[in-house]
Design a protein around this ligand. Sequence first.
Ligand SMILES: [Zn+2]
Length: 182
Amino acid sequence: MVRKENISIIEKKERQKGNGFIALIVSILLISIILLLVVGFKLRGYSLGWSIAGILLFYIVVLSFLFEPKTIRETIKTIVETIEKPIRVPFVKTIEKPVIKIKEVEKPIFIEPKKKKEFNYVASTETKTYHENDCRFSKLIKKNYKLMDDEEVYFKRLKYTPCKSCIKKIIVKKGKHKKSKK
Ligand SMILES: [Zn+2]
């Protein structure tokens, strides 16, 4: 809070009210004195004249005092108080927002291949024919009739007939081609 004082002085000349009433009383008093001198003391001639002159002089002096305008000094004191009033200023809140960057890194995961035991030869107990495992006919063999083995001899002993599509070809190409498994 800041406090400031301003003092300003104003001078005024003013006739005081109520003095007229005093003057009236004084004049009545003086007149009654004159009357007293004339009637009571029976003053006549010069003595009366001097008396009246003295009284009038006194009266003039009294009046000059009564009606002299008085200087009134007005002191105006102005106090200015400055009060700091808080003003609500919207508060801006800054939130740090993390930016998440996703970086893809290739991580090798070794998935073990399903180890399904695959035999070299598949035969059908129904048709008594055996095939190469990857022969298209071997795929047609119903589960119930499937007979599998790694050795061709196994089926030969059972007197199974080799498939004309796959086995025979290999026999023909034997020596040149070695069966490759995929
Ligand atoms: Zn076959």
